[in-house]
Write a protein that binds this ligand. Structure first.
Ligand code: 4NP
Length: 155
């Protein structure tokens, strides 16, 4: 059985496309399906932000073919784990859950990290440095997650 993982931020153009691209590179696509979505509808159908595309490219990952979509309550049925980039995203996703089982699928992306407040900061209104910081946070969190997933499938 494939594990299905959804990365969620506000716009689905900066953080969650990076999270999707980074995790995909660390797992076997025959074992793990990774997708991303935004809680907002502003950017539906668009490519990731050029700054996210650039920072991913710098680290050898192509996210340019991704297209923005909005989170839908049907995602609770489709996905096993839903990772929110920050607490506002988490609250907005939880508000759409029908029951406790759906709520339990939702976690903060950085919930296991000792850093700061467990939030991936929104880099949209900042400079390029913010995107590198987001990349590093997501790379660490995805590395942990990939190790757990790879362990699950190695037994
Ligand atoms: P994201 O960043 O949630 O990481 O994709 C944002 C992208 C767009 C906007 C806000 C955050 N916006 O307000 O348009």
């Amino acid at each position: 059985m494939k594990t299905k993982i959804l990365m969620v931020c506000l716009g689905n153009i900066c953080r969650s496309p990076l999270a999707e691209g980074i995790l995909k590179q660390k797992v076997d696509k025959d074992q793990v399906f990774v997708d991303s979505a935004g809680t907002a509808s502003y950017h539906i159908g668009k490519q990731p932000d050029p700054r996210s595309i650039a920072v991913a490219k710098k680290h050898g990952i192509d996210i340019s073919t991704q297209r923005c979509r909005q989170f839908t309550p049907m995602d609770f049925e489709e996905f096993d784990h839903i990772f929110a980039m920050d607490k506002e995203n988490y609250t907005n996703i939880i508000a759409l859950a029908k029951n406790g089982k759906e709520q339990q699928k939702v976690k903060l992306m950085l919930h296991q990290m000792s850093t700061s407040d467990h939030e991936v900061p929104d880099p949209y209104y900042g400079g390029d440095q913010g995107f590198e910081k987001v990349y590093q946070l997501l790379d660490s969190a995805c590395e942990q997650l990939a190790q757990e997933l790879n362990k699950k499938y190695s037994g």
